[in-house]
Design a protein around this ligand. Structure first.
Ligand code: NAP
Length: 255
C-alpha cells in the first residue's frame, strides 16, 4: 500500500500502541510521515512498538494521571508539542470467555474499566490540549465502539461496564469538539465493529463466525481498517470534520 505523507511535520501520540488496533494506527501514522509516540501499559510492548515506528515507546498506565503527566512530559521532551492524540487504550474483561454480567461484576471491575477506557481519554486530553491551543492546531481521535449504541444479541462479547465507557466517549467527543473547535482542534471518534486483535480473540470462534456472517462486507475488520480512519480523521483531509462518530464495521450494527 502506498501511503501519502499526509502527516509530515506532525507529532502523534497513540495509547495502547503495543498491539492490536493501536499498533496498527501507530504504524500507519508513521508511514504517513508523523513522528509517533507509542504508549502502552506493558514496558516491553511499548519499547518494541516505539522501535518499530521510530519514536519513543513509553510505558504508562492511562488511568493514572501522574503516569500520564510523566509520559506526556517525556514525549514533549523527545518530539515537542503533540498535534495528534489517539485515545485507543481500552479493556474489555470477560468472565471465563463469557460476557461479564452485572450480578457477577464487582465494583472494582466496574471502576477499572471506567478508569482505563474513560479516565484514560480524559487524562491525556487534559494534559495535551494546552499544547494544542498553543500551536493553534490539533486532532483528537477517541476509540469508541459499536457497543456504544447497540445490543449485540446474546453474544459473550462484553459487559455493561465496557458499553457504558464507549457510550461515554461519544459524549466526551461531541462536547470536547464544541469546546475546542474555536482553537482549531478537531475531536472525533471511531466506532469499530469486530476487529481481529488479541482483545477479540477472547471470544469463542463461533461467535466471530456469526458476526462475520452478519457483516455485509463479509469479513471481520483488520487493525489497518481502523488505522485508515484514524489517519483520515487526524489528517488534513478531515480539517472540516469534528464531533463525529464514524463506524468502521463493514456494515455490521449499522442501525
Ligand atoms: P488489545 O489488543 O487488547 O490492545 C489494547 C492495548 O491497550 C494493549 O496493548 C494494552 O496493553 C493497552 N492497555 C490496556 N490497558 C492500558 C492502560 N491502563 N494503560 C495503557 N495501555 C493499556 O485491544 P484492541 O482490540 O486493539 O482494542 C483497541 C481499542 O479499540 C480499545 O479501546 C477497544 O475497546 C477498541 N475496540 C476494539 C474492537 C475489536 O473488535 N477489537 C471493537 C471495538 C472497539 P497491555 O498489552 O499491556 O495490556
Amino acid at each position: 500500500m502506498i501511503h501519502h505523507p499526509t502527516h509530515a511535520g506532525l507529532v502523534a501520540l497513540v495509547t495502547g500502541a503495543g498491539r492490536g488496533i493501536g499498533l496498527g494506527i501507530a504504524r500507519m501514522l508513521a508511514a504517513r510521515g508523523a513522528r509517533v509516540v507509542a504508549i502502552d501499559l506493558d514496558p516491553d510492548l511499548a519499547a518494541r512498538a516505539g522501535a518499530e515506528v521510530g519514536g519513543p515507546g513509553i510505558a504508562c498506565d492511562v488511568s493514572d494521571p501522574a503516569s500520564v503527566d510523566a509520559a506526556c512530559a517525556a514525549a514533549e521532551r523527545a518530539l515537542g508539542p503533540v498535534d495528534v492524540l489517539v485515545n485507543n487504550a481500552g479493556i474489555s474483561p470477560k468472565h471465563g470467555g463469557r460476557r461479564a454480567d452485572i450480578d457477577a461484576m464487582d465494583a472494582a471491575e466496574w471502576r477499572r474499566v471506567l478508569a482505563v477506557n474513560l479516565d484514560g481519554a480524559f487524562n491525556f486530553a487534559r494534559r495535551l490540549v494546552p499544547g494544542m491551543k498553543g500551536t493553534g492546531r490539533g486532532a483528537i481521535v477517541n476509540q469508541s465502539s459499536v457497543a456504544a449504541k447497540a445490543w449485540f444479541g446474546d453474544f459473550p462479547l462484553t459487559g455493561v461496564h465496557y458499553a457504558t465507557t464507549k457510550a461515554g466517549l461519544v459524549g466526551f467527543t461531541r462536547h470536547l469538539a464544541g469546546e475546542l473547535g474555536p482553537h482549531g482542534i478537531t475531536v472525533n471518534a471511531i466506532a469499530p465493529g469486530r476487529i481481529d486483535t488479541p482483545l477479540m480473540r477472547g471470544a469463542a470462534p463461533e461467535v466471530n463466525e456469526t458476526i462475520r456472517r452478519d457483516t455485509p462486507l463479509g469479513r471481520l475488520g483488520a487493525p489497518e481498517d481502523v488505522a485508515a480512519m484514524a489517519c483520515f480523521l487526524s489528517g488534513p483531509d478531515a480539517r472540516f470534520v469534528t464531533g463525529q462518530v464514524v463506524d468502521v464495521a463493514g456494515g455490521w450494527m449499522m442501525g
